[in-house]
Ligand binder design. Structure first.
Ligand SMILES: C[S@@+](CC[C@H](N)C(=O)[O-])C[C@H]1O[C@@H](n2cnc3c(N)ncnc32)[C@H](O)[C@@H]1O
Length: 274
């Protein structure tokens, strides 16, 4: 499987530190039009609940972005959270974010590759990864996360997957996403049980959350693009597309939102006891 070079992913995210929302939202009710910023916190809260942790325990945030989810998880669960990211700039922004929220005593960030983690085995009670494994060799990342989890510890993650093949005669939206967002080769939902078994993790829950998570996020991106607002699609990302593809993205935003090709999954796994 092809996966991007971590350092290059880091350089991409170094340029994206102004983007406040780096992951999808969660809208359990299709009629709900909560803005993405609030719905993104709601997704973080859902993930926090599934970590099954108690106050004082330690949590790892794999691919922590600018620290928003890590700070939220620390606040809502009373845990200590360590976030790692491959972007040096994100470490700075995330550290500032923790300080601004008065949780620097419980939330820390460091620059590290999730596929070669600088932690002792069994260091964490739980781990989560919000839309970060999309950039990694999943087998290596899962094995590396398992190693640092304590026996019985939960891993909760979201990932994108190929839900359907691209329609006949149309360019693949997934292939385009892989290119511009420096993602690794896409997986299918059904690949996960074997990926987990190979990494020595037990499957607890695997849910297709395309409709409650991805669809509305893409719809909001489409609305913003129609209003010529690039807030949710940074210029650095648009610039990575060939010119004709840039025009296509701007001209047909609804194609993106209506796509049956892209899927989003929520996974809960566990390191087996002993
Ligand atoms: C889409 S962002 C999600 C950020 C954050 N999880 C959130 O939800 O706000 C992807 C994150 O994965 C991180 N990442 C990508 N590859 C990584 C790697 N090999 N090791 C550690 N972090 C990585 C990026 O630096 C970035 O922080």
């Amino acid at each position: 499987m092809r996966a991007p070079i971590p350092e290059q992913v880091g350089l991409l995210y170094d340029k994206l530190t102004d983007a406040e929302v780096l992951h999808f939202g969660y809208w359990p009710d299709p009629a709900d039009d909560t803005p993405v910023e609030i719905a993104a916190t709601r997704l973080t809260d859902l993930v926090a609940e599934k970590l099954a942790v108690t106050a004082g325990q330690s949590v790892l945030d794999v691919g922590c972005g600018i620290g928003t989810p890590a700070v939220r998880v620390a606040q809502t669960t009373g845990t200590r959270v360590t976030g790692i990211t491959i972007s040096q700039e994100q470490v700075k922004r995330a550290t500032e974010h923790a300080a601004a929220n008065n949780v620097s005593n419980r939330v820390a960030f460091r620059h590290a590759d999730a596929m070669a983690m600088p932690f002792e085995p069994a260091s964490f009670d739980a781990a989560f990864a919000l839309e970060s494994i999309i950039h990694m060799d999943r087998a290596k990342a899962l094995a590396s996360i398992r190693e640092v989890l304590k026996p019985g510890g939960h891993l909760v993650l979201t990932d994108m997957f190929q839900r359907n093949p691209a329609p006949e005669g149309s360019p693949s939206l997934m292939a385009q996403m892989v290119d511009i967002w420096m993602m690794s080769d896409p997986v299918q939902l059904d690949d996960y049980p074997a990926l987990l078994a190979d990494a020595g993790l037990e499957l607890v829950e695997l849910t297709d959350v395309t409709e409650t998570v991805l669809r509305k996020t893409l719809r909001l991106v489409a609305d913003k693009l129609r209003e010529d607002d690039r807030g949710l699609v940074p210029d650095e990302i648009i610039a990575r597309l060939p010119e004709e593809e840039q025009a296509r993205l701007m001209a047909f935003p609804d194609e993106l939102a209506a796509s049956e090709e892209l899927g989003c999954l929520l996974l809960v796994a566990r390191r087996p006891e002993a």
